[in-house]
Design a protein around this ligand. Sequence first.
Ligand code: ADP
Length: 422
Amino acid sequence: MEKLIQIQLTNENNTYNDLSIQVEELTHQLNEANEIIEAIRKGEVDAIIVKNEEKHEVYTLQSADKAYRIFIEKMNEGALTLNKDGLIIYSNSSFANLVNMPLENVIGFNFINFIPDAYRNSVAELMETAWKKQESKGEIVFDGKIKMVPVLLSMNMLEIDGGIALSVIATDITLQKETQQHKKALEKKDEFISIASHELKTPVTSIKGYVQLLRYNFQQDGNTTAADLLTKVDVQINKLTNLIGDLLDVKKIENGQLQYHEEAFDFNILVNEVIEETERVLKKHPIVATLSESKTILGDRNKIGQVITNLLENASKYSEAGSVINVESSVKDNNRISLSVKDKGIGIPKNQLNKIFERFFRVSSEKENTYSGLGLGLYISAEIIKRHNGIIGVESEEGNGSTFYFELPVYNKQEKENASKG
Ligand code: ADP
């Protein structure tokens, strides 16, 4: 069976007649193609010859069959065919691996033998449903080589050569299950945090009030020792308040309720203010700032300040006392300003760099418990920068310090006014 299909539609001077002839020719070819397909379906054709420019290529239907077989052999899913009695008449090697058996001990045996006792009833039901209703699906757990493997079984009834069989596809769903569990754990964590942070906020605020009152009274009475101690208590309460603030922020971010108060402000003034404030608290690290010309930013001044504080606090927390923290800024193309915070601290392993801005993510290492924290600061910072149409990032090497940076658009009043007029 050989057919060369040639169509010429490019001639611009086609007359109505030419076109009619071509339509007739195409209709004829279409009918012929339909006949071929029908013949293939009925098994009347063994091979198709396709003629291309240089040579003929022969596609036998057996070779098409072979391609499918290789495909099924190579796929990660276990693939089986069962006969009416549940005997395995075909299995790919993925299924044999899944049940931890050599292939020759799988084919010819009853499928139910490979199902752990606890799931035999449900698999028997799945098979019954598939025989009755053409298809069925269910999850079971196989006893794999190293660990238990959760698997989705998908069964379909097939008609082959007048007989019937059941095809079974077994998909390993370990990854989906882990993701689901991870998601559930995060939801539980969120729920706990939401309740805890709410419940903590009010008592901590009133403790802070009482401490300040007491300190004032001691100062008035000239008891400086007690007043100084209460100042220390106040510093700790501030840490607690910030933590609660972070937890509440996370909840608001998740619900899309974090409020932003937009104003135009001078970037360098803010950076210097934050550095001064942070230096007062983090006495152990000199901060060296090299700032470029200043620019105006349109955004939430407090929240951008919160980001800078967080980067400075981390730089201090994850590096040795006495080491310098460098803060640098630069302006790009007159329309972006960037700030970097560089420390000489412990650095971050390459394989964890891309997760650093995720919620609750903390770098895992042997020293994990040396540093306290919740893994929320960078997540919140990234959210704030994103909301200001900026970018945030990090360059770091384990043991060799880190440089965190962010970039924000510069506020161009003229442009903004023109845009709102236009
Ligand atoms: P926290 O510091 O409270 O754990 P963050 O979200 O601020 O939370 O930081 C997430 C993680 O990123 C930290 O636990 C730490 O492992 C790592 N990290 C952040 N900043 C630095 C830094 N400057 N140097 C080394 N590791 C850092």
